[in-house]
Design a protein around this ligand. Structure first.
Ligand code: NAD
Ligand code: AKB
Length: 326
């Protein structure tokens, strides 16, 4: 059996933190190289780690060569809300980064590549629930870059035989790390505020419903997709993967079951327009049929797990959500 070496790009982010840990548990620490443009606060603990700007193709080639990488999980991107602050820079990071990864995969004949897409590829003209193949006219630079990225992935697969696989994640909620500038970040923040006994101010309207998923399901979906036999993978753009859909008022209700004193107010900002342009549900039958995708968490089981496990990673006794415990 081949001994794969994995490179995770964007490993210090919300998903990368968890995916690095899961892949290291599955393989070994030495087989999974973490990388990011920013060094984590615990760089020694997360070693092997490389500081890498994904826009630097030469630096990427050096890291791939140095560690004899065979698979890349390319997570680095600028997300929906943050992306709007500097659209051209976001486009460059999201697009040039992906093209650098696809090129090295082609040149070095890498075994497999992972590229996460998003519900952000959908737009106001997309029907809801969004089918696997549908209208995609996104309104954010992030969504445009993910839609174009999906097409590039399918192109490199068809033209050069690169085994690139992807998922269209919904908004992700996890307890090990903070989100990095998305429209769905409110659904992580509410748990921090509930545990810190601080009021929660929501930047979306109470009724704005979006597809969401617990991080444990997202990591499992990623690993299952990447381990599925080649003949099962029929889509190389990105598979829809759904779990639950809820609005802020629904998550408030769920959290208040356990934290009844949580104070909530709504102050929608520009992210409300982004959320409104996405679908509130999407159809993942293709993932269910092709590689047996099935989520395990719903809103209430996620809430129970978040409230139980968040305090193991963040210190709420000093009322600051930025303080990571370990
Ligand atoms: P994040 O913002 O938390 O992490 C992204 C990481 O990329 C950060 O650590 C950042 O430092 C790094 N990065 C930024 N520019 C870089 C560069 N030039 N070179 C190298 N690294 C760079 O994002 P995340 O939530 O972990 O998302 C990871 C991927 O999953 C992204 O592609 C995102 O679009 C996708 N995704 C995330 C969600 C979600 O809800 N978190 C949903 C759908 C899709
Ligand atoms: C964001 O809100 O930008 C991300 C996503 C759904 O892609 N969480």
């Amino acid at each position: 059996m081949r001994k794969d070496k994995f490179l995770i790009i964007g490993a210090s982010g919300q998903i990368g933190t968890e995916l690095t840990e899961s892949l290291r548990n599955l393989y070994s620490t030495e087989q999974v190289i973490a990388s990011d443009i920013r060094a984590p606060h615990n760089e020694a603990a997360i070693a092997p780690f490389e500081v890498l700007d994904i826009c630097d193709a030469k630096a990427l080639a050096n890291v791939v060569q140095k560690h004899q990488i065979t698979q890349i999980y390319h997570l680095a991107a600028i997300l929906s809300a943050k992306g709007e602050a500097n659209p051209l820079q976001s486009w460059n990071i999201n697009m040039q980064g992906l093209l650098n990864v696809l090129e090295i995969a082609k040149e070095k004949k890498l075994h497999r590549i992972y590229f996460p897409s998003s519900i952000a590829v959908f737009g106001p003209n997309t029907p809801s629930p969004a089918p696997q193949d549908t209208v995609m006219q996104p309104l954010t630079v992030y969504g445009i870059s993910k839609a174009a990225g999906e097409n590039w992935c399918a192109y490199y697969h068809k033209k050069y035989g690169v085994d690139v696989r992807g998922l269209r994640y919904p908004g992700l909620i996890g307890y090990k790390s903070l989100p990095g500038g998305g429209t769905t970040d409110y659904a992580v923040d509410i748990y921090h505020k509930a545990l810190a006994q601080e009021p929660f101010e929501c930047f979306l309207n109470a009724d704005t419903k979006l597809p969401m998923m617990y991080m444990a399901d997202a990591i499992r979906a990623t690993i299952e997709l990447m381990h599925a036999p080649t003949e099962l993978i029929k889509i190389h753009h990105a598979y829809n993967v759904a779990a639950m859909s809820f609005a802020p008022k629904d998550i408030v209700k769920s959290v208040r079951k356990y934290k009844p004193d949580l104070e909530v107010s709504y102050k929608p900002d520009f992210r409300e327009q982004i959320a409104k342009s996405w679908v509130d549900d999407f159809d993942d039958k293709a993932a269910q049929n092709d590689w047996n995708w099935k989520p395990e968490y719903d809103l209430d089981t996620m809430t129970q797990d978040m409230l139980k496990k968040l305090p193991q990673y963040f210190d709420f006794s000093i009322n600051t959500e930025e303080t990571i415990v370990s």
